[in-house]
Design a protein around this ligand. Structure first.
Ligand code: HEM
Length: 214
């Protein structure tokens, strides 16, 4: 769960950084999308590096979902058939932690979003605002529509909450959480990564919606 999660965080950081090219204009952004496909040529064929990235990502997503389901099942079994632990701390009298809620349901929201996102920007199957061969135009056409910006905002908030707990959890699993000081640092790092990725991604749709990029 931890290693596959960290691989995806690496991808998200690179993807978010790459998206900021929209601020350099249409030519720069479309060139960037083209270069993603010519990366590594002539040693690799056209699109070869992108396919390597896609395969690593697919394996990471598969491992992450498989681990999540295994943990979910193990969790249910350990509870001995009851739906939740009784808890004197929770208002409803049953335990439902912030972590289990954001990681499980947030994860499902993110998976649904990725399917929509691929249909929208990679496969061009849905084209809110109008289809185009230019990746830049696809973005600008889409994000002038408020409800599309709302969909992306909801998904990115889910990503942010997921990362806030996931970064902490992954580094703890890998043994970094050894004292009160490291715990504080891990928490801070988790907030920073979550805010950087969510904020960096959201800058693009909001800049388009408010006409900063057109
Ligand atoms: C405002 C937020 C986002 C924008 C503007 C955006 C933009 C894009 C664009 C333009 C592409 C197509 C690139 C190309 O084919 O040249 C793309 C692909 C992709 N995006 Fe995003 N993205 C955003 C958020 C996300 C998030 C949050 C995730 C994951 C949780 C994600 C995962 C992917 C994946 C997996 C691909 C497919 C890459 C490939 O196989 O070609 N994106 N995105």
């Amino acid at each position: 769960m931890a290693v596959s999660g960290l691989i995806m965080i690496g991808y998200l950081l690179a993807h978010m950084y790459g998206n900021l090219k929209v601020f350099a204009g249409q030519e720069a952004f479309d060139d960037y999308a083209h270069h993603l496909r010519t990366l590594g040529e002539p040693i690799l064929p056209y699109g070869g590096a992108l396919w390597i990235i896609r395969i690593v990502l697919l394996v990471a997503i598969g491992a992450h979902v498989y681990s999540a389901m295994t943990l979910w099942k193990r969790d249910r079994k350990a509870r001995g058939g009851t739906s939740r632990y009784a808890s004197s701390k929770a208002k409803r009298g049953v335990q439902r932690s912030y972590a289990s809620f954001t990681l499980r349901w947030g994860g499902i929201v993110i998976l649904l979003f990725v399917v929509y996102h691929l249909l929208h920007l990679t496969w061009n199957v849905v084209a809110p605002g109008g289809a185009s061969d230019s990746p830049y135009e696809r973005l600008v056409n889409g994000f002038q529509i408020w409800w599309l910006v709302v969909i992306y905002t909801i998904a990115l908030l889910a990503v942010g909450f997921h990362l806030r707990h996931g970064v902490w959890s992954a580094l703890t699993t890998l043994g970094a959480n050894t004292s009160a000081t490291t715990r504080r640092r891990l928490n801070l790092l988790a907030y920073l990564v979550a805010i950087l990725i969510t904020g960096g991604f959201l800058l693009v749709p909001f800049s388009i919606l408010f006409g900063v990029v057109s």
